[in-house]
Design a protein around this ligand. Structure first.
Ligand SMILES: [Zn+2]
Length: 195
């Protein structure tokens, strides 16, 4: 999946392995690539956990808003909202650049860990700002760096992706075993009728 190869129902249908391409989770939609990221049968709470993680890591407020709003819009199949920051503010300007670059890379790509490096720069600026405003008696945690924050964010997004993909696979396997059972039963029944 990380290499953009997903065994979706649509693909299975293409190879004529299955008659339909509907989502195995039963949302009624066709299962296109990366559908599991936005499937409505799965709880949106997973995205909230990424948001909580961001707060916990002291993510810069404009970065958190820009990323969370966009991810939420993306999974809801809505247009990605513009990031309207204060152009006189350095952090807002870099966040706007990161947001624009991410929109070019694609928000789907964010879920496979392809994020604009400008997010790292922007978060680094925020940590520097925090460090400078800290009372001299307090020690600034070493883990608060742009690159460490980015590494953890990538892990959060990939976890979201893989977790949903696993739930989807479990549902697909359950459907397939039910289908296999039905086929076997039909086969046995026709054997019995033939006797
Ligand atoms: Zn679905």
């Amino acid at each position: 999946m990380i290499h953009n190869w997903q065994y979706t129902k649509s693909r299975a249908m293409f190879f004529q392995e299955t008659k339909h391409s509907s989502c195995p989770l039963g949302c009624g939609m066709n299962e296109t690539a990366m559908h599991h990221l936005s499937c409505t049968t799965l709880p949106a709470s997973d995205l909230r956990s990424i948001n909580r993680w961001m707060s916990h890591q002291n993510t810069a407020p404009p970065i958190q808003i820009a990323i969370m709003r966009s991810l939420k819009a993306w999974i809801s199949d809505e247009p990605i909202p513009q990031f309207n920051g204060d152009t006189s503010d350095k952090l807002d300007r870099i966040t706007a650049l990161a947001h624009a670059e991410q929109s070019l890379i694609g928000w789907t790509q964010a879920f496979i860990g392809r994020l604009s490096t400008k997010w790292t720069t922007a978060q680094g600026i925020w940590y520097d700002h925090m460090r400078h405003n800290l009372p001299t008696s307090q020690k600034f945690p070493k883990r608060y760096t742009g690159p460490i924050w980015m590494k953890k964010l990538v892990a959060q997004l990939i976890y979201y992706n893989l977790n949903r993909w696993q739930i989807r696979n479990e549902a697909a396997q359950a459907t397939e075993s039910a289908e296999d059972y039905r086929k076997t039963r039909e086969m046995h029944q026709s054997t019995i009728t033939a006797l």
